[in-house]
Design a protein around this ligand. Structure first.
Ligand code: DGL
Length: 217
């Protein structure tokens, strides 16, 4: 059994590791689009077009592909499903779980500009977060920072301090790159907010799919 994991860059690697840890007997193939990263400021059409150059060969050797990129999932998963003949699992911001966890009714979604302006994300907000206050701070440079390993810790800490100060008690990591700075975000929240990211949910979903394909989960 081979599971392909795709992201624009290094973000999805943390997802690939979580999958490999949960399913030690499967082969996890990681693929990224080093030529075109970051995706967060691309249009849906551009993202789909460039990602397919990497996804098509990955699909040849994969039984399932995890699209470990919120930007691409929210902007293009339907198109990708039409183009690729392999089951795809996407990753999108955990809006619904956040609305369940919050006590203040104020949640923060950290995501790329492409994710925030996607129709899918707008739908998730309308569907699950009516009446809630949603903070969408400017994280537009974070994927670049993480990709180049030049993390502005103070800037990130101050942004998190600001959203917590506004009463947000849930922070959603809506971009897989941010999984690499989860600890910094948690420390900056300093007990004022929980941080949600999707690795456990993806592992669970994959387990169900693998069981369906005849692979012990
Ligand atoms: N890691 C990706 C995401 O989850 C893409 C970030 C980027 O390339 O801008 O959105």
């Amino acid at each position: 059994m081979r599971i392909g994991v795709f992201d624009s860059g290094a973000g999805g690697l943390s997802v690939a590791w979580a999958i490999q840890k949960a399913f030690p007997d499967v082969t996890v193939d990681y693929a990224s689009d080093t030529k075109n990263v970051p995706y967060g400021d691309k249009t849906p059409e551009e993202m789909v077009r460039v990602s397919l150059e990497v996804l098509r060969p990955l699909a040849e050797t994969s039984d399932v592909i995890v699209v470990a990129c919120n930007s691409l999932t929210t902007n293009g998963i339907d198109r990708l499903r039409q183009e690729l003949d392999v089951p795809l699992i996407g990753i999108e911001p955990m809006v619904k779980p956040a609305t369940v966890r919050t006590r203040t009714g104020i949640i923060t979604i950290c995501a790329t500009p492409a994710t925030l302006r996607s129709e899918r994300y707008q739908f998730l907000k309308r569907q699950y977060a009516k009446g809630m206050k949603i903070l969408e701070p400017d994280c537009s440079q974070w994927a670049r920072m993480i990709e180049s390993n030049q993390i502005e810790r103070k800037e990130i800490a101050s942004l998190i301090d600001d959203v917590c100060g506004q009463g947000s008690d849930v922070i959603v990591l809506g971009c897989t790159h941010y999984h690499w700075i989860e600890k910094l975000i948690l420390e900056s929240a300093n007990g004022r907010a929980v941080v949600l990211q999707p690795e456990a949910a993806i592992v669970k979903q994959l387990g169900v799919l693998l069981a369906g394909l005849g692979q012990p989960a």
